[in-house]
Ligand binder design. Structure first.
Ligand code: TRP
Length: 338
């Protein structure tokens, strides 16, 4: 029944919400490994602009950040291989068709149990919209529509992937094999980068202290300033001890991630030197690590025609795959194709 090419690589899919500029933590923990992942798998990288609507973003900001996220995918080279696809979710309307179908095969109780829904409706009590509630079924549609084998998920999305698997299995059980049941993708784990100001917490775009987070679009000046004001301790010795020297150890992790040096090497390099030199070295290493990416991003963002062409080409390739699954599901549930 399937006409798939047996030589085909496993398909990995990931969508990212364009609600803010990614952080250095996102870059080191995930993004910089994507290029390698995209070499070994057939990948889809999508900008989840429809999901972003659940928090009613400023329209101009949403447009800008959607384009910027797609540009970041391109700057990382994720669309180099013909088999890989970078796209914007709303450019492939079939996601909405399939998500409606899946809504009808997801129980109210199941969706109500989603921790993220409970948390978000508590923290945004003024806008508990239905989209927030059906967010996981749209996410399930994103995944199932491309017959993805693997989905890289952080802790906060594990429960959503589990729901997606349950819905896929239920549907397959009722109507026969329709969807690939996706697995979490366990790739090479990047290091966990902590806030520069509160090094016990993960570096996050929503850190209340803006000096704690380095954004991928920060200028070298901003990066130096943030590193200089990073929290350390009063011992004035560069030593890796994440329990007692949380701040210094986090900076060492950053330096190690950007230069490939070992902790022992770093300790030796900075023996007898103060934190001033050390922080500057960390900042310079970060600036150097981000430079090629930032230069490429600037180039892509300037080339509006290229970016638009990238979006169109990605949407066309994604749609071809998406329609195949959607039509299959439509037929199975009894939607009449006249
Ligand atoms: N909900 C995901 C997040 O906020 C984004 C997302 C939407 C996603 N659709 C997806 C992730 C499909 C993986 C697969 O991080």
């Amino acid at each position: 029944m399937t006409t798939e090419n047996p030589q085909k690589k496993q398909r990995v899919l990931s969508l990212i919400q364009p609600t803010s500029v990614p952080t250095l933590g996102n870059y080191i923990g995930a993004m910089r490994n994507w290029a390698k992942m995209a070499n070994d798998h057939d990948c889809l990288f999508g900008v989840a602009d429809l999901h972003a609507l659940t928090v009613r973003p400023d329209p101009a900001a949403l447009r800008r950040q959607t384009a910027e996220m797609l540009a970041m995918f391109a700057a990382l080279g994720l669309n180099k291989r013909e088999e890989n696809i970078v796209f914007v979710q709303s450019h492939v309307p079939a996601h909405c068709t399939l998500s409606w179908i899946l809504n009808c095969y997801t129980q109210f109780g199941e969706a109500s149990r989603m921790t993220q829904f409970k948390e978000k409706s508590a923290s945004h009590a003024d806008n508990v919209n239905v989209g927030l509630f059906t967010y996981p079924t749209l996410m399930a549609a994103d995944i199932l529509i491309y017959q993805a084998n693997y989905v890289p998920v952080g802790d906060d999305q594990k429960q959503h992937l589990e729901l997606c698997r349950n819905v896929a299995e239920r549907f397959n059980g009722l109507y026969g094999p329709t969807f690939v049941v996706p697995e979490p993708y366990i790739g090479k784990l990047g290091s966990r980068v902590m806030s520069l100001q509160t090094p016990t917490a993960k570096m996050s775009k929503s850190d209340p202290n803006p000096k704690g987070t380095i954004f991928l679009t920060d200028t070298p000046d901003q990066i130096v300033k943030k590193c200089k004001s990073a929290i350390t301790d009063s011992e004035a010795s560069v030593r890796y001890d994440p329990a007692k020297k949380t701040g210094v150890s986090n900076l060492m992790t950053l330096l190690a991630c950007c230069t490939g040096q070992s902790f022992a090497q770093i300790e030796a390099d900075f023996a007898g030197k103060g934190y001033g030199d050390f922080k500057l070295a960390v900042a310079e290493a970060i600036v150097a690590e981000l430079r090629p990416f930032q230069a490429e991003l600037a180039r892509v963002l300037q080339d509006k025609a290229y970016l638009e062409e990238t979006a169109r080409k990605g949407a066309a390739k994604a749609e071809q795959l998406a329609l195949r699954t959607t039509q299959k599901a439509m037929k199975k549930v009894g939607l009449w194709a006249a």
